[in-house]
Design a protein around this ligand. Structure first.
Ligand SMILES: *Cc1c(COP(=O)(O)O)cnc(C)c1O
Length: 425
């Protein structure tokens, strides 16, 4: 009899994984709260929220109950020509929390598709308005997903190299900081006449390595784009739903985007779903007697009632005072630990935005995404019952909000021990 790991090896191709050299995948049988349990009953703290999606912990009973009820009521219905309560209610509830100009919600399946929809809205907005603008701007090192449009607006890297010539052209600008603000504003001004939109991850560039920038400069940049008629796509796929300490990164900014993208924490991390929200102005540009102006985009599972219900339940939990208190607790404890970490010789550029804490492993000690040290560090945490998956030489914590103070301290203590281990060896 083959065990699960061997059966996996026989039939599965894993994401972001060099299957020749990859270690065996750990079979997980169940999850509860911050813990994931493997076949042997060993438990791991999910310190990365299972790729940044889990908000309230695994197998949350309230979300499970709501989805189960929905599953017995209406599991799926074609979303062209039909509608249903969970889709309408979720759009109402989400839009009520967003900047006041966000008026419509378009459903899709994941973060990449939410970005595709946003890009198509902008490009066709220009088309429908008879504009001849062609350029799209994005931040250097951006990550917006793995489908072709989303790859095109993401930083070019080893990941995108084989597809380089197939990706559409994008002008990459540096994320703003107090030092480069003037240069960036003049760069934007010089391209304004030909630029349709700017897409950006607000405050935290996740996959780039949790790179952070200030709300003040980002607001200034947004204002400049707005003045020059450049549409703004704010990709909150990672930053949304409390990660930054506020409900959305938008809550730190003085300017409003035209379009916003959501996924990951949208359903509390229980089901795949994406939403692209937009302003009345974007929506209106598609209204016409002329079929050519229609947004011809959709997915089989658009607004799947189960996913919508999971999102409704997750957002209820998110808005509870208890959850908001947890988010503040994590933010404050991270801030205190950041001070300790700063004095560790192996931790460089310690940075934090809300519940996201990140630092670089000092160069020379641990190297690139492809190095063995990364694997060793990953394994050192696994042995200690902690899932922390470094991004290259960048370590980070993105815990589910249900984590307790004790468990956070357990994480901090182990981080210092593992760093000491690698400093010594
Ligand atoms: C993860 C991510 C995406 C892509 O989402 P998927 O659901 O993995 O396709 C897009 N944008 C940002 C900012 C992300 O972090």
């Amino acid at each position: 009899m083959l065990n699960l790991q061997q059966r996996d090896t026989a039939v599965i191709w894993h994401p972001y994984t060099q299957m020749k050299t990859a270690g065996k995948s750990i079979p997980i049988t169940r999850g509860k709260g911050v813990y994931l349990y493997d076949e042997d009953g060993r438990k791991y703290i999910d310190a990365v929220s299972s790729w940044w999606v889990t908000l309230h912990g695994h197998a949350h009973p309230y979300i499970a109950q709501r989805v189960s009820e929905q599953l017995h009521t209406l599991e799926q219905v074609i979303f062209a020509g039909f509608t249903h309560e969970p889709a309408v209610k979720l759009a109402e509830n989400l839009l009520a929390l967003l900047p006041g100009n966000q008026k419509k919600a378009f459903y899709s399946d994941n973060g990449s598709t939410a970005v595709e929809v946003a890009l198509k809205m902008c490009i066709q907005y220009a088309f429908n308005s008879g504009s001849r603008k062609k350029k799209i701007m994005a931040f250097r090192n951006a990550y917006h997903g793995d489908t072709f449009g989303a790859m095109s607006v993401s930083g070019r890297s080893t990941w995108t190299e084989p597809f380089g010539e197939m990706l559409f052209e994008v002008v990459f600008i540096d994320p703003p900081n107090p030092g480069n603000m003037k240069d960036i504003l003049s760069q934007i001004e010089s391209m304004a006449n030909d630029t349709i939109c700017l897409i950006y991850e607000p405050l935290v560039q996740g996959a780039a390595g949790m790179l952070m920038h200030n709300p003040e400069e980002l607001s200034q940049l947004m204002k400049c784009c707005r003045m020059h008629g450049i549409l703004l796509i704010q990709d909150e796929v990672f930053t949304g739903f409390g990660r930054t300490g506020k409900l959305f990164a938008a809550d730190y900014l003085t300017e409003k985007p035209d379009i916003m993208c959501f996924s990951k924490g949208l359903t509390g991390g229980t089901m795949p779903m994406g939403i692209t929200s937009c302003s009345e102005d974007i929506f209106n540009a598609f209204l016409s007697e002329d079929q050519h102006r229609t947004l011809f985009h959709g997915h089989s599972f658009t607004a799947n009632p189960l996913a919508c219900t999971a999102a409704l339940a997750s957002m209820e939990l998110l808005l509870l005072e208890e959850t908001q208190r947890q988010i503040r607790m994590i933010t404050e404890k991270h801030a205190r630990f950041a001070e300790v970490l700063k004095s560790h010789p192996l931790a460089e550029e310690v940075r934090q935005t809300g519940t996201v804490l990140a630092w670089n492993l000092a160069s020379g000690q641990a190297a690139s995404y492809f190095s063995n040290d990364r694997q060793k560090i990953y394994e050192a945490f696994l042995v200690r019952g902690i899932i922390m998956r470094p991004l290259g030489n960048i370590m980070y914590l993105v815990p589910p909000y249900c984590i307790t103070e004790d468990k956070l301290e357990f994480l901090y203590r182990n981080i210092l021990e593992v760093l000491d281990l690698f400093q010594g060896g």
